[in-house]
Design a protein around this ligand. Structure first.
Ligand code: HEC
Length: 140
């Protein structure tokens, strides 16, 4: 081989080496991605890592129900939910508040807060809603 040919051969070998190295590192990345803990959606993980107080703030509950959840012009006091809701009932309510609007209590709420709609939180993990329900039922 002439000198230039040797150079070209060397560059080609280097190129292939880099190519295979890169391929292998990619494969190990994919393996890490497929591992069970990181397969969970990130939002779920962060939601579950939060305390109920943090969730209630980050989900915006306090912006309507007030920073201490004792009610505002926009939404009712939440200190008496224990008297009206079981844990499961409360979880269902948070997932679909509309389906409870026909009861007398909610007709009264509707009259009192005519322009505010309690959002449905059906995109939140039920476990997280359960933590919120427990927290609300223990509000003092
Ligand atoms: C946009 C304002 C708004 C936000 C945000 C909001 N709510 Fe409400 N909430 C209301 C209103 C208004 C009502 C009264 C019922 C109605 O009119 O739909 C209500 C009712 C409720 C009730 C029923 C109270 C009772 O006495 O039965 C609970 C429980 C409740 N909200 C919890 C929450 C929680 C928990 C969050 C956050 C995850 C939240 N709310 C976020 C406006 C809001």
């Amino acid at each position: 081989m002439t000198k230039p040919q040797i150079w070209i051969a060397a560059v080609l070998v280097l190129f292939f080496l880099l190519f295979f190295l890169e391929k292998n590192t990619n494969r190990s990345d994919e393996q890490v991605k497929g591992a069970p803990p990181s397969a969970m959606p990130q939002t779920d993980q962060t939601a579950q890592a939060k305390t109920p107080e943090q969730l209630i703030t980050s989900l915006g509950c306090t912006s309507c129900h007030g920073s201490d959840l004792s009610g505002t012009k926009m939404a009712p006091d939440l200190h008496n939910v224990k008297d009206n809701w079981s844990r499961d009932g409360l979880i269902n309510y948070l997932r679909n508040p509309n389906s409870y609007m026909s009861t007398k209590r909610f007709q009264d709420f509707k009259a009192k807060y005519p322009n505010v709609i309690m959002p449905s939180f059906n995109n939140i993990d039920v476990k997280v809603l359960g933590n919120i329900a427990d927290y609300l039922r223990n509000l003092k």
